[in-house]
Write a protein that binds this ligand. Structure first.
Ligand SMILES: Cc1cc2nc3c(=O)[nH]c(=O)nc-3n(C[C@H](O)[C@H](O)[C@H](O)COP(=O)(O)OP(=O)(O)OC[C@H]3O[C@@H](n4cnc5c(N)ncnc54)[C@H](O)[C@@H]3O)c2cc1C
Length: 400
């Protein structure tokens, strides 16, 4: 793992985060994964305190908010390091969905919401979730959402059914997408509203089992019913009707975060694959790495991970210079390109490990289970391919 665009600030912080991750987290990662989340959380909170103490906390946040103020291209590179271990992002308070909610609230929440919810979220005292997708409606076209928020005096009354609200279990609040005006134009119907989870009518029905793992705490995906959930109008984020605009804003940087995280996972899986190729004695006087198929996988993975990293850093750089809108096509391209490479590298690493690869004795099965969703969340691959192609073809004069 190397830094490609190394600013002075990055040269200082990068080795510190690398050391922290390798010394503090690698040795305990397998043990943490086997514990219930609450138990793991006690240990993780100690690590979080250590990260804070060493000045490594939430490096994407401005210094005044307890971070280091890294740019997107700088953060992308340390994010890759954190991703080499399952709880890396969590320990530095860079984990989804909190990081997305923090960025959103930083820009668009009122002073009241910032003081009451954003400050403790940035400090790591509470967690949050983001509640948009619904089982009854196609999430890849969320303008068809069914959840409503009706104004009644000074309160919104929210009714709806959501699922895949990641990390709802144990969160302090949800940011809920709901239709505030069903008569408005398609993209102006919805708003984002902060709902504390102890609000009457908020019901976490279950954590949804994903490939045999129900998960809990931060590592879970909740199904939620909102039944006559009343929150004060002061819990609106941004303007009424700006929900889709804000969702787009939230997703831009979010996709860079995900992609760099996936590259970090690829790098760790790649290391494991290479190590296995060297260590595995085939019993015929050869090592596994002497077989040409394994060599092909290693060569292809190396090239693909490098290519993916350059693409992501290029998109991050463009975003730093000109904002999310200007980098729209680059962001669409990395979303499906890197997700695909993640799947390929993980699969090759598992295959190289033989039966061991599908057991829970290595990290590979955890990532295979948890990251298959990469091709689905934040917009399925097909949607990004379609939007990139449309944008390109528009330049050639095609009306779509
Ligand atoms: C691990 C994980 C975590 C998630 N976390 C959250 C969260 O925290 N909060 C939240 O609100 N949601 C979350 N989601 C939900 C996610 O955003 C949706 O699953 C996603 O938007 C797709 O919606 P859907 O599942 O309803 O699929 P659908 O919209 O029903 O689409 C099904 C499939 O159809 C295909 N498809 C869709 N559109 C097109 C098209 N235009 N062209 C061609 N094919 C197409 C794709 O292959 C897609 O996978 C999460 C999902 C996963 C898997």
């Amino acid at each position: 793992m190397v830094t490609i665009f190394a600013s002075e600030r990055l040269k200082e912080i990068y080795p510190q985060i690398k050391l922290f991750v390798e010394q503090e987290l690698y040795p305990i990662e397998m043990d943490l994964l086997k514990r219930p989340f609450n138990e793991a959380d006690t240990i993780l909170q100690e690590k979080r305190a250590k990260a804070k103490q060493r000045g490594l906390w939430a490096p994407y946040l401005p210094e005044k908010d307890g971070g280091i103020g890294l740019s997107m291209i700088e953060f992308a590179q340390v994010s890759e390091l954190m991703a080499g271990t399952p709880f890396g992002h969590f320990v530095f308070n860079c984990q989804a969905p909190d990081i997305g909610n923090i960025e959103l609230m930083h820009k668009h929440a009122s002073t009241f919401l910032q003081e009451k919810y954003l400050v403790p979220l940035m400090n790591g005292a509470i967690r949050s979730c983001f509640s948009m997708t619904e089982p009854e409606f196609a999430g890849s076209n969320p303008v068809n959402m069914g959840t409503t928020a009706v104004l009644d005096g000074g309160e919104y009354i929210i009714n709806g059914h959501k699922w895949f609200t990641t990390a709802a279990d144990g969160a302090n609040f949800a940011i809920v997408m709901a239709n505030t005006n069903t008569e408005a134009s398609r993209y102006e119907k919805a708003s984002m509203i902060l709902v504390p989870i102890d609000t009457k009518g908020f019901h976490l029905k279950r954590n949804i089992p994903v490939m045999g793992d129900t998960g809990e705490g931060w590592l879970s995906h909740g199904e939620i019913e909102y039944t006559d959930c009343r929150v004060p109008v002061s819990h609106l984020i941004g303007k009424e009707g700006s929900g889709f605009l804000l969702a787009q804003e939230r997703l831009g940087p979010g996709r860079i975060h995900h992609c760099m995280r996936w590259i970090g996972i690829c790098e760790r899986a790649f290391q494991m694959m290479c190590k296995k190729a060297v260590d595995r004695d085939m019993g015929d006087g050869t090592r596994l790495g002497q077989k040409q198929t394994i060599q092909n996988w290693i060569a292809e993975s190396r090239a693909e991970i490098n290519a993916a990293r350059f693409m992501v850093l290029h998109a991050a750089h463009k975003m730093d210079l000109s904002g999310s809108k200007a980098a729209k096509n680059d962001i669409a391209a990395i979303k499906f390109f890197v997700a695909d490479i993640l799947m390929k590298v993980l699969d090759r690493a598992i295959q190289t490990h033989g039966a061991l690869g599908i057991t829970d004795d290595t990290l590979l099965s955890f990532w295979y289970r948890h990251e298959r969703g990469a091709r689905i969340y934040d917009g399925p691959d097909e949607v990004h391919k379609s939007s990139l192609a449309k944008s390109v073809l528009k330049e050639y004069g095609l009306k779509i």
